[in-house]
Design a protein around this ligand. Structure first.
Ligand SMILES: Cc1cc2nc3c(=O)[nH]c(=O)nc-3n(C[C@H](O)[C@H](O)[C@H](O)COP(=O)(O)OP(=O)(O)OC[C@H]3O[C@@H](n4cnc5c(N)ncnc54)[C@H](O)[C@@H]3O)c2cc1C
Length: 471
């Protein structure tokens, strides 16, 4: 692990310890008078800062347990092998390498903060070659801190979900779903199961009718219709997909014409919709649900994918607990119009971990990242002012989110789009929109390498079909 420390506040003595007690020194950051800017996370928000920041003006340290940027809009397509995992993972070392020598990366999780000393506690889990369960800990200082740790899935405390459900938030989740789908297909093909057991096993239930749940259901339909149909036609006919949503409609953030269009496409594709239905409990083989009229029902299932919402990550709660009077939202870190964490000096937050009037979206996080990088560049440029970061008010215009619209793939080579046009928005859906969605993804991917890899994956899928092989 790279050894890191801060430059300016280097009066803080820092140390590295491991859980078995060994202590090692930390190589100091260059004492060049530059401010140390620590970025927590390698997600949409922080990687956008990295790309737009004038890295010459700061000592930048990136801290994240995930050593790559993940292009989440294509995550559902990785679950069924339409897109390969590595194609949408951009190594952080590539991004850092392109930005120059003043940026360091540390693969670790930030677990605590001392706001008085301006220090962070970083932990790195289990070195495979070390004693089992060994955790290495280090402390680093910061002058300015940007928290972009994102959010995690939310089970809302529903019994059984954590134990029996699968999630779709990180690449590890997509790989697990792919593995379980492959296992399900092979188990069902073995030929020793009763009809009732086969029907249960081949029933995939998706909980959550937001874009992630809808896109996963669409991708799964494509796998069944285009590939399973050829590999195991008998099984593909038995395969069922059900989407469960507590609200009366799916896709609440989309125009109702697109909602109805998606519902029609789902009906044609055989995806069953159970709207106005809340999941109350999950057991190994059944889902217990309640309708709006309070009637309870049970549904046998083979695989459950839970994409019903998000909640704040542990570090956001740790930071909140340092200023409990001001940070009163359990959803995450309350920020002001300049993305400053309320009640905390020199700490900024963006993306899904920040609570503001904006929705938890990649486009919000990346616009915030761009705005913050620009603000930092401008503030650091002003050498005349001794403390430029405390003089942002009035100097820089507050952050304002401008929506670029919403897109979702719904399966069967169809997508929906809601695009802003002057003071209104246009809504389109169908095969042409699917081409537009694909072009948008290729354009938005973080590098030429990723765009080429994804385009190649799609071409291979069109020529040879999907690959479901998993180790
Ligand atoms: C399947 C899926 C599809 C999506 N599709 C879209 C879409 O089409 N359009 C759209 O606008 N949005 C989409 N989103 C939402 C979008 O991905 C999120 O809004 C976005 O990722 C938020 O960015 P972020 O920078 O806040 O956090 P993230 O991108 O989640 O990154 C968080 C980073 O913080 C790191 N981290 C976590 N804890 C710590 C810690 N303690 N210390 C240091 N680092 C830490 C993580 O490892 C990660 O690198 C989708 C989300 C999912 C799950």
């Amino acid at each position: 692990m790279p050894q890191i420390a801060r430059a300016q506040a280097s009066s803080n003595t820092s140390s590295n310890t491991s859980s078995n007690g060994s202590v090692s020194g930390i190589a100091p950051m260059p004492a060049d008078g530059k401010k140390t800017l620590v970025l927590l996370g390698t997600g949409w928000g922080t990687t956008t800062i990295l790309k737009a920041l004038d890295a010459e003006r700061f000592n930048v340290v990136v801290v994240s347990p995930r050593n790559y940027f993940l292009f989440t809009p294509l995550l559902p397509s990785c679950t069924v092998g339409t897109t390969e995992s590595r194609s949408i993972m951009e190594p952080i070392r590539h991004i850092v390498g392109r930005r120059g020598k003043d940026i360091r990366y540390c693969e670790a999780e930030c677990t605590d903060i001392d706001m008085g000393r301006k220090e962070l506690v970083l932990q790195r889990q289990g070195d495979p070659s070390g004693p089992s369960g060994s955790v290495r800990t280090t402390r680093i200082g910061y002058d300015q801190l940007v928290v972009g740790v994102g959010a995690t899935y939310n089970t809302f405390g529903t019994p059984g979900v954590q134990q029996w459900g699968l999630f779709l938030k990180e690449m590890g989740d997509a790989t697990k779903i792919r593995q379980r789908l492959k296992d399900t297909i092979e188990k069902a093909s073995f030929g020793d199961l009763s009809d009732a057991e086969l029907d249960r096993l081949l029933h995939v239930v998706v909980v959550g009718g937001g874009p992630t749940g809808v896109e996963f259901a669409g991708e799964l339909h494509d796998l069944v219709a285009e590939d399973l149909n050829k590999w195991v036609p008998g099984l593909s006919r038995r395969f069922r997909i059900t989407l469960v949503e507590a609200q009366p409609h799916i896709l609440p953030s989309f125009d109702e014409r697109l909602v109805f269009y998606t519902q029609r496409v789902f009906k044609k594709n055989g995806i069953a919709l159970r709207t106005g239905t809340s999941v109350k409990e999950v057991t190994e083989k059944t889902i217990i649900m309640e309708g709006t009229d309070s009637t309870m029902s049970e549904m046998p299932y083979g695989l459950l994918v839970w994409s019903a919402g998000i909640r704040a990550r542990e570090f956001a709660h740790t930071l909140r607990s340092k200023v409990p009077d001001v940070q009163t939202s359990r959803r995450g870190l309350i920020i002001d119009d300049y993305l400053r964490v309320k009640g905390a000096d020199d700490i900024w937050a963006l993306g899904d971990c920040a609570v503001s009037k904006n929705p938890p979206l990649a486009q919000v996080a990346s616009q915030q990242g761009k705005w913050l990088a620009k603000a930092f560049n401008e503030l650091a440029r002003d050498a005349k002012v001794t403390d430029p970061f405390h003089q942002i008010d009035g100097k820089i215009k507050p952050f304002e989110y401008s929506s670029n619209g919403a897109l979702a793939y719904i399966g069967g080579e169809k997508a929906i789009a809601q695009l802003p046009l002057f003071n209104t928005s246009i809504t389109i859906g169908g095969p042409f929109t699917s081409l537009f969605w694909k072009a948008y993804c290729l354009w938005e991917l973080s590098s030429v390498r990723s765009s080429l890899s994804v385009a190649t994956d799609w071409a291979k899928r069109a020529m040879f079909g999907r690959t479901m092989s998993v180790d």
